[in-house]
Design a protein around this ligand. Structure first.
Ligand code: BES
Ligand code: MN
Ligand code: ZN
Length: 495
């Protein structure tokens, strides 16, 4: 898809399809652009609206062919809902409906005029970005593993119309949208790939490919190198698997040489069967999504490179499978982490924290400005927060605030959870420094408390994305690309 922004005379715009917003009031209310087009056509649009065919409810639509007095061949009237109730979320859903409709109509290119009633330059920038993100969301399709192959969309180009004075802001919003949407789509696709294709080795090759395409320096540590670093906890997880573990490190350098980097760590468990503490069969296929945290780090760092952010960013993705096998971890086994702490593995299915703790220790060598880890860590987080918010934990109130705000601003929300010592106590072990589980109660919290023990000397936050990274079952089953929007918003805020 090609996205652009342009300031031009609406009436003279030779558009295959001009999209015009209509709000709901006592009667449908045309946007300023709609008024201009209506006048040019001697009231054709308002006459149509008077007929009552358009409710102007959010996402409702009416296609007008060969409109009078304008160069455009079609005008798509798009309901945005009640003016006072328009939010970024409702705006996105209207855009999605329009984009799907245009694509179904086999129209190659469309011009959106939806920003004329948006207030302020930053507001226009945000809505331009939302428009692009929503369009990409509507057009996203996974067909990597279908024999029909990739069928291109008919809709190839979306142009966002702007007033001349706000063209720069709209352009900036479009570029941000393109970068974020590309990060989201990339994260979705590698997440949706099955575990027999998306292995730790596959993820490592994807990172290497990003070195070429995005100038991101990539280093992949193999098991021998991790052994030398004494990553006994991480390596214990991959021992039960035939696919060797990888520690993928990606470095984007957009800031000053001396500037401390932001480190993003993503859980890259390419399939989690639970190990010897094996999971039940129902929906176990969805454990291919246990690498969504890693995928979001890939997506965010790609977007940062596309946006040429003036920051130094390090992405670390510890990647492994978790399978039952003669060599696999057994309940009661004790391993020694890179930090030197010993861990009693009471449940081999609590493997995410076992690979993340060594990655957290590894991150220390970068003297990070902040570390954010992202992981599909616990089913308990879904019980606590459902599918709407990611669980946020942090040892720094400022960092927590930044991430919560970034989630709010990007529509990719997180909710803060406690890290109190009361919970940490649940991890006591009679035989090692700590146990890898803390019982059923507060499972997402005790998992975060486990990680906190390894996030030594830096500002750290943890996002538990078990409920937000993918949609389960049903026809909408698939990765969401979250929390790429939150992460990129956070990075933009530090830029
Ligand atoms: N990857 C899972 C967490 C998960 C489960 C995410 C279901 C999304 C949906 C993780 O490795 C895991 O198995 N966690 C256990 C921890 C428990 C053994 C303490 C869990 O949540 O059941
Ligand atoms: Mn598990
Ligand atoms: Zn897992």
């Amino acid at each position: 898809m090609d996205y652009s922004a342009k300031a031009a005379d609406l009436i003279k715009q030779p558009s295959p399809c001009l999209v015009v917003g209509v709000c709901r009031s006592k009667k449908p209310l045309l946007s300023p652009s709609g008024e201009i087009l209506d006048k040019a056509g001697n009231g054709q649009i308002s006459a149509l609206v008077r007929l009552g065919d358009l409710t102007a409810e959010n996402g409702s639509m009416l296609m007008l062919h060969n409109p009078h007095g304008v160069k455009a061949r079609r005008i798509l009237l798009l309901g945005l809902g009640k003016k006072r109730e328009i939010t970024e979320v409702s705006f996105r859903s209207a855009v999605q409906a329009a984009v799907r409709q245009i694509n179904r109509h086999n129209i190659r290119s469309a011009d959106f005029t939806l920003l004329d009633s948006v207030g302020g330059e930053s507001g226009k920038m945000r809505q331009a970005r939302n428009l692009v993100e929503a369009a990409e969301e509507a057009l996203y399709r996974y067909d990597e593993t279908k024999s029909t192959g990739k069928k291109p969309h008919r809709l190839k180009k979306i142009n966002v119309m702007a007033r001349r004075e706000s063209l720069a802001s709209v352009r900036a919003g479009v570029s941000q949208g393109v970068a974020i949407a590309a990060g989201v789509s990339f994260a979705k696709t590698i997440s949706n790939l099955p575990g027999n294709i998306c292995t730790p080795g596959y993820l490592a090759r994807q990172a290497k490919a990003m070195q070429k395409s995005h100038g991101i320096k990539t280093t992949v540590l193999d098991e021998a190198q991790m052994k030398r670093l004494k990553m006994g906890s991480l390596l214990s997880v991959s021992r039960g698997s035939r696919e060797p573990a990888k520690l993928i490190v990606m470095e984007y350098r957009g800031g000053q040489e001396s500037e401390k980097p932001i480190v993003l760590i993503g859980k890259g468990l390419t399939f989690d069967a639970g190990g010897i503490s094996i999971k039940p069969a129902a929906a176990m296929d969805e454990m291919k999504y246990d690498m969504c945290g890693g995928a979001s780090v890939f997506g965010a760092i790609r977007a940062a490179a596309d946006l040429k952010l003036g920051l130094n960013i390090v992405g670390i993705v510890p990647s492994s499978e978790n399978l039952p096998d003669g060599a696999a971890n057994k309940p009661g086994d004790i391993v020694t982490s890179m930090a030197g702490k010993t861990i009693e593995i009471l449940n081999t299915d609590a493997e995410g924290r076992l690979i993340l703790c060594d990655a957290l220790t590894y991150a220390e060598r970068y003297h990070p400005a902040a570390v954010v880890d992202v992981a599909t860590l616990t089913g308990a987080c879904i019980i606590a927060l459902g599918y709407h918010a990611s669980g946020l934990y942090s040892n720094s109130a400022e960092l927590a605030r930044e991430l919560l705000d970034a989630g709010e601003a990007s529509g990719d929300r997180a909710w803060e959870m406690p890290l109190w010592d009361d919970y940490t106590k649940q991890l006591k072990s009679n035989f090692a420094d700590l146990a890898n589980i803390g019982g059923r109660a507060g499972g997402s919290v005790t998992a975060a408390c486990f990680l906190k023990q390894f996030a030594g000397n830096y500002d750290w936050a943890h996002l538990d994305i078990a409920g937000t990274a993918w949609r389960s079952g049903g026809s909408r089953k698939g990765a969401t690309g979250r929390p790429v929007p939150l992460l990129v918003e956070f990075l933009l805020g530090r830029n």
